[in-house]
Design a protein. Structure first.
Length: 203
């Protein structure tokens, strides 16, 4: 199958179709044919590297985006039960994580990975720059229910819902190890290792 796909991608017909589609989309964005042509004739070389970098980023991001139908009226307890976790922190309750979210909505959750340790404030700042907001607990629970194997690959945090106890602030994350899946709490004011992914939603 891989050989066949590679042959298709390398084929002249596929390349021509891709180029035609790209030109149509550029025109929709008010990029003139003259401007498109200029990137070829100016300097005599097409900036293939920069275009490839942009496309690679888009493709990589698409692999980390999950579209879900979320019932915001559902209680936290029902969301935890629906996730069928092997274990869950007993403090993840509606009482500790009250929500005004209601109704049902289509939401795309994006998993952001920074590749290095980050504080919560650093993560929130970077998400904001990308036009993203942190996912809420109900959104995280919907992700864990619909895509149970994700947390076996990496831990997934949602900063959009925070519980403050007598001393500290906590948020939920999808935990995993081997064949088990769990739902736990992390300390908001600590640092997050580079193997965490941060669940976010486009503003």
């Amino acid at each position: 199958m891989k050989k066949n796909v590679s042959a298709i991608v390398s084929g002249a017909g596929w390349i021509g179709s891709f180029a035609d589609g790209l030109i149509r989309e550029l025109r929709k964005r008010d990029i003139s044919d003259e401007a498109i042509h200029s990137i070829v004739v100016e300097g005599g070389e097409l900036p293939i590297g920069k275009i490839a970098d942009a496309l690679a980023e888009v493709i990589q991001r698409a692999k980390n985006i999950f579209s879900l139908t979320i019932n915001y009226t559902r209680t936290i307890e029902d969301g935890v039960k629906a996730g069928k976790y092997d274990w869950a922190n007993s403090d993840i309750t509606t009482n500790h994580f009250p929500s005004k979210e209601t109704g049902t909505k289509e939401v795309s959750i994006e998993l952001i990975h920074f590749g290095q340790d980050k504080t919560t404030d650093e993560v929130l700042s970077e998400l904001d720059k990308k036009g993203l907001r942190p996912a809420t607990l109900k959104e995280l629970l919907a992700l864990g229910e619909k895509h149970p194997d994700l947390q076996r690959e990496f831990l997934i945090v949602a900063f959009g819902s925070v519980w403050q106890d007598a001393d500290d602030r906590y948020c939920a994350y999808l935990d995993g190890g081997g064949s088990e899946r769990g739902l736990d709490l992390g300390w908001v004011d600590g640092r997050w290792d580079d193997f965490f992914r941060f669940a976010a939603v486009r503003k």
